[in-house]
Every structure is written in structure tokens, then in C-alpha cells.
Design a protein around this ligand. Structure first.
Ligand code: BG6
Length: 442
């Protein structure tokens, strides 16, 4: 188990919701499980004036984390304030701030004297399109080297997402089949039941292409299709993800919006922001040429579930597949809410005739190993940042390339409407795997 001591965790924007709901509870769990030691400090910073005590009560600190918590208003004087609390080998600064102030904040931190010992953690969105993401990366790089910039994509912290590389590269059975010779298509689905709720003002300026596809779904796609890295070091993995993104192109896409979206709070009544998107992409490299990759994601849909389906090629019309109707093999990566992997295959039904049927090999993560030790994405991400491990963080190049792939798609207006709580029929005519059957396993 990784553990750290003599580290400082600074949260900028500490009076906000994220600190109270996610960051402090994550740090609390890390403290309780002994992964952050007694000599660490957590310093909240923000525009509000709090005493340490007021800050502790503002974030509902538990007795375990409370002694580590301090508060300092604003960035000026923060470095000296930290110096008064102790000597820290590592300082991580979490930007719980609106992205538009990231660059100025990085400049202010540098001016304040935060140097090589400092790692900054930023949340998406990293820009709005290719140009703005380049500009943001350029400005951050003026103040902190890329190795000290940690861009969060919380999907990378999901157990089932991390399992993708293990499944692919730790199983001799599947590795040889992972290419256009055997695989017919790859389908990535992320359906959500909730609409935009209270996030209208952010979401209406984004849409699912920016909110989900550019980051989370592109990351899953890269892990699913990248070449084997030379080592498991984060740089070697990033190189391979970058190669996928460089070869990726959108072939077709469709955008949808749920009925009633325009009346949601803080949403423009004439909005053409998409709450649903479906894309066909291709990866122009030797491994994947000719294999379509489909992505579908949306809000206010009829079900909640994130899955990746690998559909293998059909067998020739021989033997058990005389009529051509034999289901091809499928592997379903259940990302959430169920976490596991299902392999669909064909078996003989017991008896004297030759009846065959579909069956499933079912791996359910929690049945196999019990509930995960690290449950919350922020625990994992904060621990990795403290430990200097960037594997689950996204590089500047990855974000820019992902924006580039979507360049032609993000500024479109054309939309179809769908009913809230429904599952729109494929606008691209994709034969989507019925993923509903894969969420009951465990
Ligand atoms: C966030 C998006 O990054 O991911 C949200 O901003 C989305 O709009 C969420 O709902 C989905 O995350 P999860 O972990 O619930 O699938």
C-alpha cells in the first residue's frame, strides 16, 4: 500500500462544493487508512475568510482529518503560511476553480514562490476546442513543467477502466485476436438517466461531446485499442494512447437533445446544445483499419449504464452457422454500475440433437474480490498525485489531440429531439448491442 508523509495538499477554491463533498472525504479516508501520515497538512484557500476552526466545520471534517486542516485566504502569503506549518517534500495544489482562472492562478502560484516541489491538479474542461486547449496548455507550461501538471479524468480512476489494460495485456488468450482480423466493431456506450439537473449554465456551453466524449470516452477508446506499452510507466502508456488519438477520425455523427431541455434552469431557450451524441469513428492504423468504433452517450435516457462491447467477426456459413444466424462472440466490459466482463459464446444444449445456445462467461469484480478497497476516484487520484504517479492523469498532447478529432463535430447545430427517459433509435443505423442484458450479473 502506497503511503506518504511530509506532504502538503492545498485546495484552492476550498469553500466550494467539491472540497466539502469529495476532496475532504477522500483525504479523510486516506488518513484513516494510514496512507497520508501525521506530518501532512491540508490547507484550504479561497476568497472567504475562515479561521481553521471555521473551515473544519464548513467542510464537516471528521476527528481524523480535522487536526491536519488549515485555512489561508487567497494566494498571496500562502507560501509563507505553508512554511510556518512545516517542511514539505511535496506540495500538491488542487484547482477547485473555474477553468477560466487556471492560467492566472498558475501564474500567481509561481509568483508566490511555488516551484519544483509543486504539482498542480486541474479538472476538465481543458479548453473548449483545439485552439483554447492549446492556449491553456501553453499558458500553464509557462509556470509549471508538464511533469508537474496533473489533468484529472475521473474515468481513469474507475476499477473497470483500469482493468482494460490488464485484460488485454495479461491474457494470452485475447491478445492475438485484438485486431481487424477478428474484431468486427467496437461499441462504447455511456447512458445516463439524469438530465442536466442544476448544471445547466455549465452544460449548455458544453454539450455531451465536450463533456463526455472528448475526455472520458476518448480515454476508454484509447485504452481499448492502443498498442502494448513497452513498460507500465505512465509515459510509455501515454505514448500509445497518443498514437491512437493521432490515427482517429470521425466518419459520421448525429446529435440529439431531450425534449424539455430548453426549459431546464440556466439553459438558453433556443439552445442547440446536444444532450446526446452518436459517432462512428475509425482508427487509421494497421491494427484497426476497417473496424468501426461507435460511441453513444446521452443524458435523460431510459437507463444508466456504461459499457464497451467488442463484437467479433461472424464465422463462415458452415457447420453450426449454415444459415449465417449464429451470433458472433462478444466481450462486454461493464464499466458501471455493474463492474465486470462478460464473454458471450456458443455452447451445445444437452441432449441428443444438435441444438446450440448462447451462454456467458461472467466475471463480476465484486463477487470475485469483494468491494474495492479504494472506492472513490478522488482517493485514488489524490494518492497518485502525492506519489508522483501520472498514469491516471491526462497529458497536454492527449487533450489537444482529442479536441482535434472532434474539431468538425463540436460546433454543429443540427439536432434531433428525443423523449426524456427513452433510448433513441440509432440515428446512424448502428446495430447496437443490447447492453441492458449485461447489467444484472452481479
Ligand atoms: C462528468 C460530466 O465528467 O462525468 C457529467 O461532467 C457526467 O456530466 C459525469 O454526468 C459522468 O460520470 P460518472 O462517473 O457518473 O459516469
Amino acid at each position: 500500500m502506497k503511503s506518504v508523509d511530509h506532504s502538503a495538499i492545498v485546495i484552492l477554491g476550498a469553500s466550494g462544493d467539491l472540497a466539502r463533498r469529495k476532496l475532504i472525504p477522500a483525504l479523510d479516508s486516506l488518513k484513516q487508512s494510514g496512507r497520508i501520515g501525521e506530518n501532512c497538512v491540508v490547507v484550504g484557500s479561497g476568497r472567504k475568510e475562515f479561521s481553521d476552526e471555521e473551515f473544519r466545520s464548513h467542510v464537516d471534517a471528521s476527528p481524523a482529518i480535522a487536526p491536519l486542516l488549515h485555512y489561508h485566504a487567497g494566494i498571496p502569503g500562502l507560501k509563507a503560511y505553508l512554511g510556518g506549518l512545516g517542511r514539505f517534500e511535496t506540495v500538491i495544489v488542487f484547482f477547485s476553480l473555474p477553468p477560466k482562472v487556471y492560467a492566472d492562478t498558475a501564474a500567481a502560484l509561481e509568483e508566490e514562490g511555488f516551484g519544483e516541489e509543486t504539482r498542480i491538479i486541474v479538472e476538465k474542461p481543458f479548453g473548449y476546442d483545439v485552439e483554447s486547449s492549446r492556449e491553456l496548455n501553453r499558458r500553464l507550461a509557462e509556470h509549471f513543467p508538464e511533469v508537474n501538471i496533473y489533468r484529472i479524468d475521473h474515468y481513469l480512476a474507475k476499477e473497470a477502466v483500469q482493468n482494460i489494460l490488464v485484460f488485454r495485456f495479461a491474457n494470452s488468450l485475447f491478445y492475438p485476436t485484438w485486431n481487424s482480423g477478428y474484431i468486427e466493431s467496437i461499441q462504447i456506450n455511456a447512458s445516463e438517466e439524469l438530465g442536466v439537473e442544476s448544471r445547466g449554465s455549465y452544460f449548455d456551453g458544453a454539450g455531451v461531446l465536450r463533456d463526455m466524449v472528448q475526455n472520458h470516452l476518448m480515454q476508454m477508446l484509447s485504452l481499448m485499442t492502443m498498442e502494448a506499452p513497452v513498460t507500465l510507466e505512465s509515459e510509455d502508456i501515454r505514448v500509445q494512447k497518443v498514437n491512437v488519438l493521432k490515427a482517429l477520425e470521425v466518419v459520421r455523427f448525429a446529435r440529439g437533445q431531450y425534449e424539455g431541455y430548453r426549459s431546464e434552469p440556466m439553459v438558453d431557450p433556443d439552445s442547440t446544445t446536444e444532450t446526446y451524441a452518436e459517432l462512428e469513428l475509425r482508427i487509421r492504423n494497421f491494427r484497426w483499419e476497417g473496424v468501426p468504433v461507435y460511441i453513444r452517450t446521452g443524458k435523460a435516457l431510459g437507463r444508466k449504464g456504461t459499457e464497451i462491447g467488442i463484437r467479433f467477426k461472424k464465422l463462415p456459413k458452415l457447420l453450426y452457422n449454415h444459415d449465417g444466424n449464429l451470433e458472433p462472440n462478444r466481450i462486454i466490459f461493464q464499466i458501471q454500475p455493474t463492474t465486470g466482463i462478460v464473454i458471450d459464446h456458443t455452447v451445445k444444449v444437452p441432449g441428443t440433437d444438435r441444438t446450440i445456445a448462447q451462454s456467458q462467461l461472467d466475471f463480476c469484480l465484486s463477487d470475485a474480490f469483494g468491494p474495492p478497497v479504494v472506492e472513490d476516484a478522488y482517493q485514488r487520484l489524490l494518492m497518485d498525485a502525492l506519489d508522483g504517479d501520472r498514469t491516471l492523469y491526462v497529458s497536454a498532447q492527449e487533450t489537444e489531440l482529442a479536441w482535434k478529432v472532434l474539431e468538425e463535430v463540436v460546433n454543429q447545430d443540427e439536432l434531433f429531439l428525443y423523449r426524456r427517459g427513452s433510448m433513441p433509435k440509432s440515428a446512424l443505423g448502428v446495430d447496437w448491442i443490447d447492453f441492458t442484458g449485461y447489467q444484472s450479473g452481479c
